[in-house]
Design a protein around this ligand. Sequence first.
Ligand code: TYM
Length: 342
Amino acid sequence: MTESTHQPRVFSGVQPTGGLTLGNYLGAVKRFVEMQDNAWQTIYCMVDQHSITNAWAGREGTARATREVAAAFIACGLDPARSILFNQSQVPAHSQLAWVFSCVARMGWMNRMTQFKDKAGKNAEKASLGLYAYPALMAADILVYHATHVPVGEDQKQHLELARDIATKFNLDFEAPDFFPLPEPMIEGVATRVMSLRDGTKKMSKSDPSDMSRINLTDDADTISKKIRKAKTDPEPLPETLDGLDDRPEARNLVNIYAALAETTPEAVIAEYAGSQFGTFKPALADLAVEKMSHISTRMAELMSDPGEIDRILGNGADRAAEIAEPILDRTYDIIGFVRSR
Ligand code: TYM
């Protein structure tokens, strides 16, 4: 079997910790929707087991966050009939394969993970073992479906490289050439790294203490508009060419956001707005963001008013996901030599 004999299959995951932001939307969920429209099977997961690696949001908070990501997925255009939508903890094959991968991944590889260093901070001794092992579970999320394509933002690149290393080493060590595909990271488009609205050198993040630094998918039209109008910028007008944005991270970020929302290129945005002041550009961007995004919060609120329906969708998705994952886990156990007597 060669890599190309694995049928194309898309998998990606989002952590249900806090609400989703414009960064999650442009870097991930919007692209999940685009991929749903091609002929490939698409599987999208709320990775609730990852969400407890750092801190616990409480029983209600954890459940609510998972349902809220499901509502966001659907409000952004994912269709539970065409994509498999489910939460990780309902498909035990993920954590079962993660154990195997914990025995494949090397300490040296894990020690290089920059997200662990960022999240653990100065006090790595107090970080959970789960936070350290996080990338092995992430590799299992993908490979338990033999997924071949993984749409993610730029910050997940290193984790995807690790997933490829784990797949390669498993195939070699357990003498199963090409059993696991080497998943392709799909880090594409102009919004693979959306930056904070308050500091163009920092990633837009749900954990930033300032709510003005991000647009949340739950923000209504007025809030979206206000946040963009108040976004940090510099006093210069927009330049004639893209190169003119090289040392202007806040301006570059707003141009990228505009391009991603309008489904055009940053070059085209600059061509249209060259010489404009932010007093002109920011209101245009605010109107565009409201037009493209404000329906999401309205639809999310409608969906969240019926949690039973969300749970039904997740349960159905989990059944369909398990149907794909379980035979792959069985084959993995068989390759290893774990006795399967039932
Ligand atoms: P998470 O939950 O932090 O983010 C979900 C997705 O959103 C992207 N993203 C961004 N893209 C552009 N600009 C930003 N400012 C921005 N912030 C976040 C992320 O790159 C991601 O694609 N480890 C993953 C979840 C995960 C996963 C997986 C992903 C678990 N298992 C398997 C893919 C495949 C994470 O914490 O993403």
